[in-house]
Design a protein around this ligand. Structure first.
Ligand SMILES: NC(=O)c1ccc[n+]([C@@H]2O[C@H](COP(=O)([O-])OP(=O)(O)OC[C@H]3O[C@@H](n4cnc5c(N)ncnc54)[C@H](O)[C@@H]3O)[C@@H](O)[C@H]2O)c1
Ligand SMILES: [Zn+2]
Ligand SMILES: [Zn+2]
Length: 357
């Protein structure tokens, strides 16, 4: 089959790759319709290997590079493992792509996203940027007939947003501020509004992304390159600050800013990933009794299921975030490279592994 295969940093090759083996007992083979490029995939392309095993095979999957990239996928069921009864051939599904051992302390408490052996399809084993992929049936969710397949490709980042907004405890009437209006931030904006937030502000340097935020009913957007974001938010909230701050920027500046935007006794949820120490002044956190929480990934039957449900009802919309649809042969030049160099212009780029030249 044709696939986008990660061989090393700046070395993703579009090449022939062996088909997945026949699906195991609880697995299904999925013919991939679309696979989104995620920020993590881009990081693996530019700065990897970060999660992709290179020297030793992954403990859970037994796989190491080269492997098929991509974990934001949607497709059609084409083969059922012998124990799968709840799906039929032809079902369109979005699979949650977190694989877990099922036995560790965390898994037995259903904190599967914290599994000691956590593995992700498309990072620790072959993923979705290929004609076919195998996935465990219990982690797949059927898409309602009314929604296009493309929408399902956003289920994974939407599940991140669902968990983050839940972690923040956003409730009716809240004022929320999102730091960083990228894919995750714009999904958090929508989920916060669905959770009852009265006003959601979005801080984002790119005008194109601020425009999308406003079209998705952000109360107002703030350009951090033009004004002091903290001052601007304090003005907008008449000096109060936000009930909940969702940090979706993932750089030292956004991470330092986030706690300064919360009201006394407010909550800050850290979602952005930045694997370096950053200097943060915790004085305001102490004096203003602010709670800082992390939110990581999602749990398949908790957050992912809800994300598919919200996308399926049309309450959560993916379309404004999809900025390009490309065939697999163009995955590097028109996918990864474009995201790298035209950040303001692109949000989610979807790859069709079936569309080949
Ligand atoms: N916690 C999780 O489970 C999880 C899951 C997926 C992604 N992430 C992380 O979340 C972050 C966001 O992901 P994404 O895919 O939306 O990435 P993204 O790069 O599309 O979004 C980040 C946004 O922050 C904006 N930004 C940069 N500097 C800023 C500033 N000073 N003030 C305000 N905004 C600023 C950027 O312009 C960009 O739009 C990344 O760090 C990613 O690694 C975390
Ligand atoms: Zn992702
Ligand atoms: Zn486990």
């Amino acid at each position: 089959m044709k696939a986008a295969v990660w061989h090393g940093r700046r070395d993703i090759r579009i090449e022939q790759f062996p088909d997945p083996p026949p699906p195991g007992g609880d697995e299904m083979r999925i013919r991939v319709d679309w696979c989104g490029i995620c920020g993590t995939d881009l990081e693996e392309y530019v700065n990897g290997p970060l999660y992709i095993p290179v020297d030793r095979p992954d403990e859970l999957t037994g796989r190491k590079a080269p492997l098929v990239i991509g974990h934001e996928l949607v497709g059609t069921v084409v083969e059922l493992g012998p124990n799968v009864t709840e799906f039929e051939l032809g079902d369109r599904v979005a699979p949650d792509t977190l694989l877990f051992c099922g036995e560790c302390w965390y898994c037995t408490r259903h904190l599967v996203h914290q599994c000691r052996k956590l593995a992700i399809l498309g990072l620790m084993t072959d993923g979705g940027c290929a004609e076919y992929v195998n996935a465990p049936a219990r982690m797949c969710y059927r898409l309602p007939a009314a929604i296009p397949s493309e929408t399902g490709a956003l289920a994974e980042p939407a599940a991140v947003a669902v968990r983050a907004v839940r972690t923040g405890g956003v409730k009716l009437g809240d004022t929320v501020v999102i730091v960083g209006g990228g894919n995750i931030g714009l999904l958090c904006l929508q989920v916060a509004l669905l959770s009852g937030a009265a006003k959601v502000y979005v801080i984002e340097p790119h005008e194109s992304r601020r425009r999308i935020a406003r079209s998705l009913r952000a109360e107002q957007t703030i350009d951090p390159t033009a004004v002091d974001s903290e001052e601007a938010l304090m003005d907008l909230t008449r000096g109060a600050g936000a009930d909940v701050v969702l940090e979706c920027g993932g750089n030292p500046a956004t991470m330092r800013l986030a706690p300064l935007l919360a009201r006394p006794q407010g909550t800050v949820v850290m979602i952005g990933l930045h694997n370096e120490p950053i200097g943060v002044n915790l004085f305001p956190v102490v004096c203003r009794e602010i709670t800082i929480k992390g939110s990581f990934s999602h749990i398949y039957d908790v957050d992912f299921a809800e994300a598919v449900l919200l996308l399926g009802t049309g309450k959560l919309i993916a379309e404004p975030l999809i900025t390009a649809r490309i065939g697999v042969d163009d995955a590097v030049e028109k996918g990864f490279e474009r995201l790298l160099h035209n950040k303001g212009e692109h949000l989610k780029i979807l790859i069709s592994p079936q569309n080949q030249s």
